[in-house]
Write a protein that binds this ligand. Structure first.
Ligand code: FES
Length: 90
């Protein structure tokens, strides 16, 4: 096995393990891997929604620069760097 193959397979194992850990932790791992590789990454967030029009703040996710983003009206797709992954993975 070449070093490149070993690296590729080891990453697959990490992602299989994270598949059991929930959406936020899996997306956080994907965002980190994309950032490390210098690849643009966009994520589709899932949240329970109350109003669906941006009024109730029931669907917010933590933003990278502080504050929150509304999944219903500002998402559901976000650039990975727009989100606070440490807060989301807790
Ligand atoms: S569901 Fe109410 S603000 Fe998003």
């Amino acid at each position: 096995m070449t070093p490149e193959q070993r690296e590729r397979y080891s990453r697959q194992i990490v992602f299989q393990d994270l598949g059991e850990a929930g959406q936020e932790r899996l997306l956080a791992a994907c965002a980190a891997a994309a950032a490390e590789a210098g690849v643009p990454c966009f994520v589709a967030m899932e949240q329970w929604m109350g109003c669906g029009v941006g009024a109730c703040l029931g669907c917010v996710v933590p933003a990278a620069g502080g504050g929150y983003l509304r999944v219903c009206s500002e998402g559901p797709v976000f650039a990975a760097e727009a989100l606070d992954w440490e807060a989301l993975a807790r």
